[in-house]
Structures are given as structure tokens and as C-alpha cells.
Ligand binder design. Sequence first.
Ligand SMILES: Nc1nc2c(ncn2[C@@H]2O[C@H](COP(=O)(O)OP(=O)(O)OP(=O)(O)O)[C@@H](O)[C@H]2O)c(=O)[nH]1
Ligand SMILES: [Mg+2]
Length: 428
Amino acid sequence: MSFFKKLKEKFVKDQESEEEQKNLQSDVEAGESADEERPLDGETEGPIDEMSGTDQPGAWGTDEVAEPPVDEERSEAEKEIIPGDDEREEEQENLEGLQKEPDEEEKVSIASKFKMGLAKTRDSFSSKINDLVARYRTVDEDFFEELEEVLISADVGVTTVMEMIEELEMEVKRRNVQEPQKVKEIISEKLVEIYYGDDEAADIEGLNENPDGLTIYLFVGVNGVGKTTTIGKLAHRLKSEGKNVTLAAGDTFRAGAIEQLEEWGKRVDVNVTKHNEGSDPAAVIYDGIQSAKSKNADVLICDTAGRLQNKVNLMNELSKVKRVIEREVPGAPHEVLLVLDATTGQNAMSQAKTFSEATDVSGIVLSKLDGTAKGGIVLAIRNELDIPVKLVGLGEKVTDLETFDAHAFVYGLFADMIEEYEDEEETL
Ligand SMILES: Nc1nc2c(ncn2[C@@H]2O[C@H](COP(=O)(O)OP(=O)(O)OP(=O)(O)O)[C@@H](O)[C@H]2O)c(=O)[nH]1
Ligand SMILES: [Mg+2]
């Protein structure tokens, strides 16, 4: 089956089922007393999010914002997949049968988030690709040379691009593709293949969990990349899944860092263990673990300071923190997540190398993908550092954190072409 078609079937809600759902939703609404608080099909946009803070790291706690109940902050898409109360569960059950399977629904809403978050990259990438295929009549060497440049300009990384071009050339020959238009689809397919390499999706996607007790996630990364924000978003998500989550304010270095995490704790309604500024981060984490154990928490997420001025200090600090975690909970930390800011481009690669030397990084969180036109960095990180991208930040809202999914990512890059796919075929 054509790869675009595959992605379309997986991620694009077909018109028919959308219509059916709308009709059914209006039936459900008409048959019930009006539920003003939780409209099923109300305004298209959720309330403006107030949890994102400012662009200035460290400005937390200074701005007085009204705290809307967490529930109201769910995006419409999320409301669809996370039942808020019994009533909604009932509604969901009523809708069953005519809707797609819930997990398919979920896939569609995740894909639309990738689409939104990758808008900048897509605009730049797909216009360059479209321009390229329009200018060439045949797929020749010059075509590939230009394609190489397009991929490099999207921060895919030189080594990865070289590998990709080589594979594309082989595939184009194998399938005897003559028209540049057709290459678009092969590019999308190869991007997914290159991302996975020899690994199975299930082995590299999603966060590792402790099946027999407390799961601990340790967040590391230089300052300003989005560690604390991501911790807040992740805590919210895990809590929405029914988990008992707690946080530890291990950034005792930067002024205001503890308050920032506390603020998140209040906003997403989870407990935060803290000490005073300047105290030993390992001691905070130790207390966090004891507190998590005493509260029977499912997940403890640890924040750390983001400074790299002194690599030796950083290494010492991180290894001390890690030793404490390992000693207190065998098998922990279940993930050491390095947060990288996608907008910093290739600099993110050197950060990843430095941190990998300091500690065993198990996964990458790529934040601010929404803020860059160079989302290809995902592939460079995965391919050149051999560390999987576990989570991506697709915006500043509390719900703008997604588990990385290479298919949804590629859908986000090629969304317009994929959505148009059948129309094009029909007119052929
Ligand atoms: N657009 C966008 N902004 C983000 C995302 N993630 C984080 N930010 C913003 O990035 C800024 C810095 O985030 P923080 O969470 O404070 O970063 P940090 O790594 O904890 O920084 P330090 O505590 O100084 O080490 C904030 O303004 C966040 O709102 C994202 O996915 N998209
Ligand atoms: Mg922070």
C-alpha cells in the first residue's frame, strides 16, 4: 500500500466518520440537559493557556495568574480521549459503535497535535520540496543534490542526510520512479525507516516504567531548554492517566527554580519536595524518594539544575544524584531524560554529547519543536547519537507534550500532501 495512503488511513479522520460523530454528538446533547461546563462540540479552541509562563526562564511565581481548574485546560482533543467524570464516560459509551476505536481516535488527535506543532517546519520543508519537484522533470543527480540541501537546511544532520540520499537513490532505482512528484512519498517513508533503524517502535517509544512500584524519571539539560515546563506537563499527563505523581525540586542552584517547580505542583495539583536554595540536590532527591514512598506514589519526577559551565561539577552532581536514586530504588532511574531545545539546532547535538558523557541518558525530550522550522533535528539526534526521542514539546500549553511517534511526526511534516493524497490519485 502507498505510504501516504497508510498514513492517511491511520491519522486523517475521514469525513464520513466525522459527520456521523457530529450527528451523534448533537443527538447526545439534545437528549440531555445542557452541560454548559463541558461542551462536547463547543468552541474550537480551548481557553488561552495560562500555564506556560513567560519567555524568561526564572520569571515564575512573579506573575499573578488566575488558576483555572486543571480540567478546563484540557484541549478539546484531549477532552475527547480523557473522560473527566462519570457523565463523560457514559457519553463515551453511548458514542461507541459509531465512533472509531478509542485508540484510533487517540491516534488522530495525537497526529493533529504533531501537525499543529510542526507547522513551521512543514511550511518551510514542504514548500522547498514542492518547489524542487516542480522544477525537475526527471529524478536525476542534480535533483538529489538539491534534495540533500533541503534536508540539511531542515537540520536533519549531514550524516543522516547522506544515508538518506543513498537509500532514496536505491529505492528510486528499484521502483523505477521517473517523476519527481513520486519521490515525496518515498522521502516520507525513508524518514520513518531511518528513524527506527533496526529497532522496533515498541522498544524505543514511550517511557520505561517500574512494574513493581515507584517509577523515577530524572530530568537533565542546560538552562532554559524547558526541563521544568516539561516536568509540569508530564506530571499533568501522568496524573490524568490516574497515576499518583510527585516532584522533587533538585534545581537548588538557580534563583527562583524551586518556586517555579512549586508553582507547577500547585497548578497540576501534585506534591513537591523541596529544600532551600543552595542545598545539596542529592539530599532533595533522597527526601523526594522517601516522600514518594510514604505516599505510595507511582511516579517521582526529579528536576535538576541546568548549568554546564563546569563539566566536572555537573558530572559529579549528576552522578551523586543518580547514585542516591539507584540505591534507594533498585532499577531506578527508569529514564534519564535529556531535554534539548529544538530551536538551538545543531548546538543541541553537542549538548547531547556532553550530557551523555556525564550520565547515561536514556532518552531525549525535544522541547519547542513548535518554535522551529528545523524539526529535522529529531532525526539527527536519533540517528547520530543513537538516543531515542521519547517526548516532544509542541507548544507552551500544559497539554502540548506528546510521546514521540515517528509516523505522527512524518505525518506532521507531510500533512498537506497526505490529506490531498486520494484526490490526486482520483484525478490521475
Ligand atoms: N513554544 C514552546 N515553549 C516551551 C516549550 N517547552 C518549554 N517552553 C518555554 O521555555 C522556557 C524555559 O522553560 P523552563 O522549563 O523554565 O526551562 P528549564 O530547562 O527548566 O530552565 P532552567 O530552570 O533555567 O534550567 C519557558 O518560557 C517555557 O514556557 C515548548 O515545547 N514549546
Ligand atoms: Mg528549570
